[in-house]
Design a protein around this ligand. Sequence first.
Ligand code: URP
Ligand code: ZN
Ligand code: ZN
Ligand code: ZN
Length: 456
Amino acid sequence: MDLIIKNGTIITAADTYTADIAVKDGKIHMIAASLDAPEGVEVVDAAGKYVLPGAIDAHTHLEMPFGGTTSADSYEAGTRAAACGGVTTVFDFVIQGKGKGLIESVEARKALCEPQACVDYAFHTAITDLRPEVLEELEKSVEYGVPSFKVFMVYKKEGLMVDDGVLAAALEKARDIGALVSVHAENPDLIDRRIEKFLGEGKTSAWYHYESRPEFVEAEAVKRAIHWAKAFDAPLNIVHLACKEGLDEVTKARDEGYQITAETCPQYLYFNKDVYKREDGRNWVCSPPMKGQDSQDALWEGIKRGDITTVATDHCPFQSYEKDWGKDDFTKIPNGCMGIENLYPYMLSEANKGRISFNKAVEVCSYNVAKLYGCAPEKGTIAAGSDADIVIYDPNMSFVVSKDNMHSDVDYTIWEGVEMTGYPVMTFSRGKLVFKDGEFVGEAGWGQFVKRKGNK
Ligand code: URP
Ligand code: ZN
Ligand code: ZN
Ligand code: ZN
């Protein structure tokens, strides 16, 4: 044995109980009511603390070329911040290069990530160029360990958008090979028309980012994507879902028995559209934007009901000087917010305050994520045989988020001043301590590629 965690309250998606955990070679070796540590084995006393599976942030954009620049957290900074927020697996989006294959695109990003990763990592691939040979390559990608793909219904000028034909073809193929398609659902034509109108009227503040992509713009695309998924009886995952009307469609499809899943993000659960009225509203500009309070309330209800299956961050931060490009024109603001270090503390804090159970927080931030994306039971739970990705959480600690106690490379945080009730005090990545009492203690290059399974 390498490590024993004693006396903690273990919380998984299904159970809450007190027991000791023995870790050996990066795996959970044994769980028992009481374990004695042999000479020389490190013991962590977790009395009064909760022992949780590490979170899995299934939605990040690290050092991604986007919005005329590159997102501000490198793989090292992003995965370091992840470790400090109790996230032990980070999923990044590979953007398929135009004219390039899927696997070569993944391998290029993997080479960049490998020496930097402080925790384990996996990739989804965003399909931008679905040539016939690429359609065939989807199956090879599943075998390679990347069985999930993203399709953007927006971002025409960025070269990421695909049309409904591509979405439908991807869904149909993915169904046959046990892969999963996720969509970024907003209606690009509506957005373009509204932007043109607002700019023509001299309406250029961050508020008009929201006004150019309000609830109905997202809802239409969610409904359209679900329509295609139903038509082909294919699984579909809606990422960064932010509106009630879209969620209602997800709920309806799930009730009808379709394999529709939905992810929302902590920023939609905490902030609403009023942030865009702030002087520094551009810092909250992401797509889809935060919506009205009724949508936020509905998202929480969707989590409680189980229709929102996962919560992930869409971590895609930019420095304040980059956000400032859009001071006088909201269309020049790079789209994206930070949250990789806030996801788990925030969801656990809401559990601690009684909004959801701790089991539910673990379910949506870890267990369901591992199951949906094909890395269970290695990830997502605390059980003998699973990876020793473990967070020790102090439910009695108070923590106020500030850019100075965050570990990313960004010069501000939208979470500044937010109070958390309870906070992680230790994070273990495959048995290695990577975060302790507010400090990163891991190392770049430790994280490993998580080869995932498809659904066939
Ligand atoms: O504004 C966002 N969400 N930026 C990241 C790219 C995306 O749409 O996921
Ligand atoms: Zn043994
Ligand atoms: Zn997106
Ligand atoms: Zn995203």
